[in-house]
Design a protein around this ligand. Structure first.
Ligand code: APR
Length: 274
């Protein structure tokens, strides 16, 4: 009798690093529908694999969002690349969670079907496509947990995160999912800043500060002359960000401060980048 068990936690590994350097049988690429390369992890994979990869991708003719396609790895240490296309995050109500889960599931299915023993994922959708990191990590890990483990071809699944703050988020989500530990102190901050803030300088420096701290969010000018900021990150880092907003030499004051548990209500224009 086939026993459909959940994926066991021993197979899961969470690490910080550059996925193009990993010694696994296959790495996953967070691609776009054309499969012809791009920025972020996609660009890094194409650069490291060399022109053969682009040539093979040309012959595939694209890939719909949520699906996956496999190619060889060319100059990469990994023998194969599984290309998948995450959803462009538009607030979470347009099927993004289902599409992101489909990406992970289809990669796992392709890996199993091709007898791949070790597979590494980047944080699909959580870069240029704007998927909030905690939710993206939950979907990444929950999909693996729910994946039937009856054949056990896949012995090792690596979540290769960059930068290190992302790894911490994955670790906490991992404990949440596998041990029911409620450890994740991810918070959501809304604040409005008044004073001399509507020039490019304030939003630019805020963006840089947020990126340094591993915080996602956006800042926008309001008609009343203030700048409205929404930010999402681990609690301690949000505190640091708030202190920074309060210290600013050129702006007036921070007000309408609300800290909640919810997600971002808009497309993040500052986020952690590689
Ligand atoms: N190794 C591991 N992780 C990386 C690397 C790398 N070499 N480079 C980037 N990352 C991380 C980013 O920090 C982010 O957390 O991968 C995650 C996914 O980010 P993106 O590469 O921007 O992918 P995604 O959000 O799915 O956007 C896809 O970006 O470049 C384009 O062609 C791609 O249009 C597609 C879009």
């Amino acid at each position: 009798m086939v026993d459909f068990k959940e994926m066991s936690p021993e197979k899961i590994e969470i690490m910080t690093g550059d996925i193009t350097r990993l010694n696994v049988e296959a790495i996953v690429n967070a691609a776009n529908n054309a499969l012809l390369g791009g920025g972020g992890v996609d660009g890094a994979i194409h650069r490291a694999a060399g022109p053969g990869l682009l040539e093979e991708c040309r012959g595939i003719g694209g890939c719909p969002t949520g699906e996956a396609r496999m190619t060889k790895g060319y100059h990469l240490p990994a023998r194969y690349v599984i290309h998948t296309v995450g959803p462009l995050y538009q607030g979470g109500e347009r099927g993004e969670p289902e599409l992101l889960a489909a990406c992970y599931r289809n990669c796992l299915i392709l890996a199993e079907d091709n007898g791949i023993g070790s597979l590494a994922f980047p944080s699909i959708g959580a870069g240029v496509y704007g998927y909030p990191l905690v939710e993206a990590a939950r979907i990444a890990l929950q999909t693996a947990k729910d994946f039937p483990n009856c054949e056990s071809i896949l012995k090792r699944i690596v979540y290769c995160c960059f930068p290190p703050e992302n790894t911490e988020v994955y670790r906490q989500v991992y404990s949440e999912i596998w041990s029911g530990v409620e450890g994740l102190k991810m918070k959501h901050l809304n604040l409005s800043v008044s004073g001399r803030v509507q020039g490019v300088f304030f939003r630019d420096t805020a963006r840089r500060e947020a990126e340094k701290l591993g915080i996602n969010g956006f800042a926008r000018n309001e008609p009343n002359g203030t700048v409205w900021i929404e930010a999402e990150g681990v609690e301690a880092k949000l505190d640091e960000f708030l202190q920074w907003c309060r210290r600013g030499p050129t702006w007036g004051k921070v007000e309408n401060l609300v800290v909640t548990e919810g997600g971002l209500q808009g497309f993040p224009d500052f986020r952690v980048r590689f």
